[in-house]
Design a protein around this ligand. Structure first.
Ligand SMILES: Nc1ncnc2c1ncn2[C@@H]1O[C@H](COP(=O)(O)OP(=O)(O)OP(=O)(O)O)[C@@H](O)[C@H]1O
Ligand SMILES: [Mg+2]
Length: 248
């Protein structure tokens, strides 16, 4: 069964085509990596897949439901760690979690139980009464991740979940994502950290300047004797330091 499906999904900002004719077909229970250089269209895609940004053209379906035509039904079933974390500076970490659970229909008691477990797991429990305004960037990201998880989503979208996260929490997040996908949750993540991505994803796509240039399984990559970095550099032009003749 396909959990995430897009048909010719495109987004233009004026003359700039940020995402062009994206066709994704991601089966349920897959951990999928969406890779690409800065400005290639990853976050724009995440926003369209999660109903945060209307596409210019094309369709998105999550478990067969149209994100464009049934956005509320879809939003109940997904969790999102967005690029810009969408936190309230005047609330604490704990208050964020208590606020978000009931939005998804959880009782206060269940919300508090899950919140405590998530915050302990992500090493945020001691600092739960910190206002997010003064929190470190990794702490803010982990708070946003806990908010994305509290209602136990069927599909999880994570925009750069490992960026700025310490090694212990990174390992914990990886373990959790692997456990979730084993249990049938579908995870769509963007990341620049290829060494991490290649150890956890089952399949991936590389997007360059709004167009997908490669889609394959990690097994195919490894059986070709390649690392994800080798493959990435085949598709993304890399400049040479020597060209900066005047430096040094
Ligand atoms: N709201 C917007 N208005 C105008 N242009 C935008 C807007 N959002 C994104 N863009 C442009 O669309 C392109 C894709 O941006 P996007 O944020 O999707 O890239 P990305 O792959 O997530 O990059 P990064 O790795 O740096 O996070 C960029 O050229 C960006 O400047
Ligand atoms: Mg981005």
């Amino acid at each position: 069964m396909l959990e995430i499906e897009t048909h010719n999904l495109s987004k233009a900002f004026g003359d700039l085509v940020a995402v062009s004719d994206l066709n994704l077909r991601i089966p349920k229970g897959t951990l999928f990596g969406f890779l690409g250089p800065n400005g290639s269209g990853k976050s724009t895609t995440v926003k369209m897949l999660t109903g945060m940004l209307p596409p210019t053209s094309g369709e998105v379906f999550i478990s067969g439901q149209s994100v464009i035509h049934s956005p509320i039904a879809v939003k109940k079933r997904i969790g999102v760690l967005p690029e810009d974390l969408a936190l309230f500076d005047s609330l604490t970490i704990w208050e964020h979690l208590l606020m978000v659970g009931p939005v998804y229909g959880l009782s206060h008691k269940e919300t508090a139980t899950r919140a405590e477990q998530l915050l302990v797991y992500l090493d945020l429990w001691q600092g739960r009464h910190t206002y997010v305004d003064g929190a470190s960037s990794g702490t803010r990201k982990k708070c946003s991740l806990a908010m994305a998880l509290i209602h136990n989503p069927e599909v999880l979208f994570l925009d750069e979940p490992f960026e700025g996260i310490d090694p212990v929490s990174s390992r914990n997040i990886k373990d959790l994502l692997l456990l979730m996908t084993r249990k049938g949750v579908t995870v769509f993540l963007t990341s620049h950290i290829l060494e991490v991505v290649e150890r956890i994803v089952q399949s991936f796509a590389i997007i360059v300047a709004g167009k997908v240039v490669c889609t394959q399984t990690m097994e195919e990559t490894l059986s070709d004797g390649e690392t994800l970095e080798d493959l990435f550099f085949k598709h993304v032009v890399r400049n040479k330091a020597e060209e900066l003749e005047w430096i040094g």
